[in-house]
Design a protein around this ligand. Sequence first.
Ligand code: AMP
Length: 398
Amino acid sequence: MAKVMAVNAGSSSLKFKLYEMPEAKVICSGNAERIGHEDAIFGIKYNGESSKDIVPILDHERAVELLADALISKGIIKSMDEIVAIGHRIVQGGKYFSKSVLFDKKTEDLIESLIPLAPLHNRAHLVGFRAFKKYLPDVTSVAVFDTAFHQTMEEQDYLFPIPYEYSVKYDCRRYGAHGTSHQYLSREGLKYLEGVEHPRIISCHIGSGASITAIKDGKCVATSMGLSPLGGIMMGTRTGDLDPTVMNYLCQCTGKSVEEMFQIFNKKSGLLGVSEVSNDSRDIAAAIAQGNKLAMLADTMFVRRVCDFIGQYFVRLGGADLIIFSAGIGENGPDFREKVCKELEPSLGVKIDPSKNDGLRGKEALISKPDSKIKVVVIPTDEELVIAQDAYSYYLAK
Ligand code: AMP
């Protein structure tokens, strides 16, 4: 038995989950939030109990120290050496990484070189990695990339129709995101496709960030997010795909700078921007129940865009055997799933079974009728598990 930690370091946060491997049993999980502040929060969940302390955490190194203290003082481990491997989530792996890799100096340098493509995320991941490295210099460290699963896309799918020179010189292309989730979902989805020779899966990771991926024979062939997670379908606060003229035109109209408008497209658009209510689908549903017209419009636009991508990927895959719903809205939104499936029914023959879909939240289940032309399932995603498994396999291979 061995303990492996999955880590997700943000600019002011550090999320962790400790697993017992190979059983993949979660031992504890938690988060340091508001790193950089005197009144930061350190939370840990263990044995069904949660604790949250407000303490100064001025940097990520302090967060790692607090984590080590908590693990030992709670008797979860006797010493940090019991942790044999750490998997670090990395948002942007650019064109360099098509799978998880050992977090050595070369990996570190490449992740650093990709900072311009994901300035907030990659910088923070490196800070997190270095903080652990200082504390546990000899542990097996593995970098697990959100973009890696999408590296199987062909040129015609990942290139933007911009001058080719820019694609090459600046690596300006579609990288996608949520790859670890789509990879997990497509593997889990296979159990519904026994006997299907070349499985075609449309995986819908629909949370506050949302992306859809077309997967053939276990490989990503197309994905909705682009150079950054701003692309693709409409999301909680992000626009998704836009005519690029919208940027120019709105900057002229409002006098705002490109940077200001970019922030609006990222943080004030999507469900929040259209509904003027909230980015949270639960608040939108409550507003719809009270007859709020903009909430209804936001909801309809959202469903429409999800269906547009599913239709596009149905064509791209030459059909589909399985549609998977996952993440916050996909897992917990029976109404959302029903609306999407109803819109797909006339053209794709998708038939949802209300007796299986209604009330289903956060649990795996097949929700289509037996005569549906495409099976539809809900599968809760588990990115941390993939991160821990990849880290563990590098430990075993050592
Ligand atoms: P995620 O980014 O995957 O954590 O998804 C978060 C989003 O899922 C929230 O902003 C809500 O819009 C939506 N959601 C709907 N129902 C639930 C629920 N019961 N629990 C969590 N998220 C939910």
